[in-house]
Design a protein. Structure first.
Length: 93
């Protein structure tokens, strides 16, 4: 959800909500972690979201990346997301 942060004469300035940032950080960490890119996890650790917020990010991955996949690939995606859930549970409560 966008959050209005400033209004000028003819311009309204918006930013992503913290919840949306967490969702996107979880999704980008999912995509980048196998390549050894850890900065999204580092950002999440600084933000300190609840595990419920992390779960929203995990659900976002399954719903968006898996939406048009054949069933056998959906199953693999869900397995990979579940592995990430176990990994992230160590860091977030």
């Amino acid at each position: 959800m966008l959050k209005k942060i400033e209004t000028f004469e003819n311009i309204e300035l918006y930013a992503l909500s913290l919840s949306d940032i967490v969702i996107l950080k979880v999704a980008t960490y999912f995509d980048r972690r196998e390549r050894g890119i850890e900065r999204d996890l580092e950002d999440l650790l600084k933000i300190k979201p609840s595990f419920l917020e992390i779960k929203k990010g995990l659900n976002f991955i399954v719903e968006n990346q898996g939406a048009d996949l054949p069933d056998k690939f959906k199953k693999k995606l869900k397995e990979n997301v579940h592995e990430l859930e176990i990994e992230l549970k160590k860091f977030f409560k």
